[in-house]
Every structure is written in structure tokens, then in C-alpha cells.
Design a protein around this ligand. Structure first.
Ligand code: ZN
Length: 362
């Protein structure tokens, strides 16, 4: 029996991408300032902790993974991860008056906070592309379970899929697409269950043809699922999530985590071909650094939220996404750099409440 898409859909509980709808509640109540009286009281004292709140389990698992890798490889990935979002200032856009956080990103592949930022960007790119495709399809190619090492299975899947796209019987149907991996352990056996998903820019293709051609290509596997994309936003989010990070580390044991890390090290997690290249998966969103002026460090402003009307105002405008008046600023006497003094400045960008992180233009 061909497994349905639902079998592959990830659990998103507790790891939602967007959690910031409290601003709507704030706008609906004009008698008090709920943001100031409730949400801000719960703001953690540093920005990294604020961002980690929605992915704490994954964060801790990633810390464990990088510390293990550092031990065997002599690298300093854990330090890099722990500095992610540590440099953090509130900044005001000089044109719109909007408040965002200027912060650094570690950009490590398995950092769950950076992965959310990448997901947001990819979701836009994939969503825009999907809107331009007339009849997009979602396909899943699986391989027969084996005891072969995971690295062999991933290579196998990738190389057969590349050749499959070139097959005479298949090529005329497909104008292009985007592919990505997803990793699971089989529920029945302990074997790996890697599979390759793709969204296709293609007219109707008989499922039986796909299945027969996949078998002809691989000689062992015939399971292919294909369906029309009905909810573009949902599919774009799903694709973007896995293009950014192909597995939830907290779902795997220690040995598996290390294996997953090495299998994907230096390997692309997703790709596109033909018309799919228009999705620009590798593009980076940017902002003009001169549009943003610092108005107070995150730590200082949050520390002063109960004693300073200006600090309260900064936090309120940040959370409610309303413009702030020019001139409101919290001075930081030592202009502290959160530990960055004397080192190369971190890779800094601007981030909104929904994890849209944009680096500054060079
Ligand atoms: Zn990071």
C-alpha cells in the first residue's frame, strides 16, 4: 500500500514557527496596555533565551550534539551556538519607526533558531514559486528498507532520483521542481527510513508510470506517492522546514544524532532543477544597515522595563509592531557589546517577531 502524505507530515506541536499573535490582542484592548502588563513581564533577560523558548528541547539536543562533535573533532561549534542571538539591540527603522531586534546569527546548520529564520525565508521563496506554478504536485520517493549505513542510503536516494528525472518516459512530464530529504526511523523495524520529497511543476502524471519508472531505475523500490498541492501555504511551510533542517534531533538517540550530523555534513539538504530554479533557494534576505538605528541593548531595556517609561515604550512598540516616536532611547553607559569587545564584530542582522532575520548588505 502506498503511504499517504500524512504518514510523512511532521509533528509541529510545541515547535510552531509563528507564535506572535499577542500583538493582535494588544490592539483589541484600548483600556489598558496588556503588552506592558503581561507579556513584557515574562520577557527573559537576554534575547537568546527569548528566541529559544519555542525550541528549547531542540536547542538542548543541539548543544549536546555540538559538544560531542567538538570533543572528537577539536572544533568550537558549541561556543558558536551559545553565542547565537547574544548580541542584541532594539533598533528603530528611520523610515517606518518600527522596532526590531538587531542581533547576531551563528548560522550553524543545526541551530534551531537559525533554522527557523532560514525556514521563514525559504517559505516565502517556495510559496512565491508555487503560486506561479499552474498545477503543482507533491511527490514522495521512498526506498526499500535496508541495513546499509545511512550515508549509503542517502547517496543512493539522491543519485537514483537525479537519474530518474532524466529518464525518457519521465522527462517530458516534468518542467522542474524542488527536492529535499526527510529522515525517520521505521516504526516497525529499527531501520532508517530516509525519503526524498519534491514539489513538481508538472501536468498530470499517472502514478503507475512514476512507480514503474522508479522501480526500473532503482531495481528495488517502487513506492512513490504523488498528489496535487491544494494548500500552497501549508506545503510551502512543510518544504521550507525540511529544506532548513531535515530532522528533529530530539527524536533520535545519541548515536543517531552523530550519524545524522556526519551524513549531512557538507551535503546539500535541498535543491532545485529546471523551472524550480526560479525559487532561488540559496538567496539571502538583506536590509540596509543605515536604515536601522540602535535605541537600547536588549538586556538593558528589559532590565529597566518596570522602572523606565522609555523602556516600556520600546518593548510595547516592539511587541505590538507599532511605530515608535523618534528620540526614545535607553543609553547604555558602557555601550556594552555583550562580550564582543575586542573581537571581530558578529554577523549582525535585523529580526522581527516571526523569526524573519535579514543580514545587512555588505
Ligand atoms: Zn544560530
Amino acid at each position: 500500500m502506498i503511504p499517504g502524505l500524512s504518514a510523512f507530515l511532521p509533528s509541529v506541536e510545541g515547535d510552531k514557527l509563528t507564535t506572535n499573535r499577542r500583538s493582535m490582542a494588544a490592539k483589541n484592548d484600548s483600556s489598558v496596555h496588556p503588552v506592558e502588563t503581561t507579556a513584557s513581564r515574562h520577557l527573559p533577560p537576554d534575547y537568546q533565551t527569548y528566541r529559544r523558548r519555542s525550541c528549547e528541547t531542540e536547542w538542548l539536543r543541539t548543544e549536546w550534539l555540538y559538544s560531542s562533535i567538538d570533543e572528537t573533532e577539536g572544533t568550537a561549534r558549541l561556543d558558536k551556538l551559545r553565542e547565537c542571538r547574544k548580541f542584541a539591540w532594539f533598533a528603530r527603522n528611520k523610515h517606518t519607526g518600527l522596532v526590531r531586534v538587531m542581533s547576531n546569527a551563528c548560522k550553524l546548520r543545526w541551530c534551531p533558531v537559525c533554522a527557523k529564520a532560514r525556514t521563514m525565508h525559504l517559505m516565502t521563496q517556495v510559496g512565491n514559486w508555487l503560486h506561479d506554478v499552474s498545477n503543482p504536485k507533491f511527490a514522495t520517493f521512498t526506498m526499500q528498507h535496508t541495513d546499509a549505513p545511512l550515508s549509503h542510503q542517502i547517496k543512493w536516494l539522491y543519485s537514483h532520483f537525479r537519474r530518474f528525472r532524466q529518464r525518457k518516459a519521465i522527462k517530458p512530464y516534468i518542467r522542474g521542481g524542488i527536492w529535499f530529504f526527510q529522515l525517520k526511523r521505521s516504526e516497525n523495524s529499527a531501520q532508517w527510513h530516509p525519503h526524498l520529497h519534491c514539489i513538481l511543476d508538472a501536468d498530470f502524471i499517472p502514478q503507475a508510470l512514476l512507480s514503474a519508472e522508479w522501480l526500473a531505475q532503482t531495481l528495488t523500490s517502487s513506492v512513490v506517492d504523488i498528489r496535487a498541492v491544494r494548500d500552497v501555504e501549508k506545503v510551502a511551510e512543510y518544504v521550507a522546514r525540511y529544506c532548513a533542517r531535515p530532522a528533529q534531533l530530539s527524536e533520535f538517540n545519541d548515536q543517531d544524532c552523530i550519524e545524522i550530523f556526519s551524513v549531512f555534513h557538507g551535503r546539500r539538504l535541498c535543491g532545485s532543477w529546471g523551472s524550480g530554479r526560479l525559487a532561488e533557494l540559496t538567496s539571502q534576505p538583506t536590509e540596509d544597515r543605515f536604515d536601522w538605528l540602535k535605541i537600547g541593548s536588549y538586556k538593558k531595556v528589559v532590565a529597566m522595563q518596570d522602572t523606565s517609561a522609555r523602556a516600556k515604550r520600546i518593548i510595547s512598540c516592539w511587541l505590538s509592531q507599532e511605530p515608535i516616536e523618534d528620540g526614545i532611547k535607553i543609553r547604555d553607559l558602557d555601550e556594552q557589546m555583550n562580550g564582543w569587545i575586542g573581537r571581530a564584530p558578529p554577523d549582525v542582522g535585523i529580526e522581527d517577531l516571526d523569526f524573519n532575520w535579514k543580514g545587512f548588505e555588505a
